[in-house]
Design a protein around this ligand. Structure first.
Ligand code: R5P
Length: 298
């Protein structure tokens, strides 16, 4: 918990699939799936109530760990969703439903949690490969481009996620957006000694950079890797995530940024309708949205 600089200052208008034109179309006629009234999705606000959010995270986590097989090396992401997945993984190991599973944690916190939940951790450099990685996300678009780094851990998350044969992203419905960068800034990890020139370069890319301040400590957030985090808002959203990801990383002094294109192999979306929770693939979620657009425009 270190974001003393509220993300709200970066909000440039809703970027959710349920906002803008799509919002009005989906609002009244969201279809039923398996008897579930998804019209309860509350598209007008696209806010998932905190109680529902916890239930969605749990459902996502259970679905994700169901993909793990005995003997696998698992990559553990960070954040509240990935933490629940670690907890669920620990349960399966404790119940002996999974054997010989080891995990690589993306940061200090994920390793601590793994040990707490009885998941054996190993160093990334001690394994030949990661079989499957789970991770949360701040935003995901319909092409599986991700925006990560709300917890300032995106650099090692990207290393783990890209090293994994399968990278499974866990997102509740509020994380799915039409365009990245509309509700979150892009976190950029920067060498402290290079902070000023990097800030200037980020402005030339059209960004509005702000150094992330620590909570309950004066001064900036310092990452597990000893660097600073600059949150860069893009007032019109991000048109080409893969391109911007590359351009930011080309700035000398930048360690890594939170745009993740071309790495997620699967995105699981947790949706809620009333008391019902369901986890579906992003592609199916998009199909539902598109079918509604067709229905309403017919
Ligand atoms: O650095 C943090 C990560 O990118 C998290 O995966 C992301 O912030 C999502 O976190 P949460 O699952 O708590 O919403």
């Amino acid at each position: 918990m270190q974001a003393a600089v509220s993300f709200k200052q970066f909000v440039t208008g809703g970027g959710s699939l349920f906002d803008s034109n799509v919002k009005r179309q989906v609002k009244c006629c969201y279809p039923k799936r398996k008897g579930m009234t998804i019209s309860m999705l509350q598209p007008s606000t696209n806010v998932v109530a905190p109680e529902a959010r916890d239930a969605l995270k749990r459902a996502l986590a259970k679905k994700a760990v169901g993909l793990v097989k005995s003997g696998m090396v698992v990559g553990l992401g960070t954040g509240s969703t990935a933490s629940v997945a670690t907890e669920e993984l620990g349960k399966l190991i404790k119940q002996r439903k999974l054997k010989d599973v080891v995990a690589v944690g993306a940061n200090y916190q994920s390793r601590v949690l793994a040990r707490q939940f009885g998941v054996k951790t190993v160093d990334l450099n001690d394994v030949n490969q990661i079989d499957i990685a789970f991770d949360g996300v701040d935003e995901v678009d319909i092409n599986k481009n991700l925006l990560k780094g709300g917890g300032a851990a995106h650099t090692m998350q990207k290393v783990l996620d890209s090293a994994a044969k399968e990278c499974i992203i866990l997102a509740d419905q509020s994380k799915v957006v039409l365009q990245l960068g509309t509700t979150f800034p892009v976190p950029v990890e920067v060498l402290p000694a290079a902070i000023s020139p990097v800030l200037r370069k980020l402005v030339t890319l059209g960004g509005v950079p702000e150094i992330r301040s620590a909570l309950r400590k004066d001064g900036p957030v310092i990452t597990d890797l000893g660097n600073m985090i600059v949150d860069v808002s893009f007032p019109n959203g991000i048109e080409n995530p893969a391109e911007l990801e590359k351009y930011i990383n080309l700035i000398p002094g930048v360690v890594e940024n939170g745009i993740v294109s071309g790495i997620a192999t699967s995105v699981l979306v947790g949706i809620q309708g009333g008391d019902d929770i369901e986890v579906i693939d992003l592609a199916d979620f998009v199909k539902i949205i598109n079918s509604q657009k067709e229905t309403t425009s017919a």
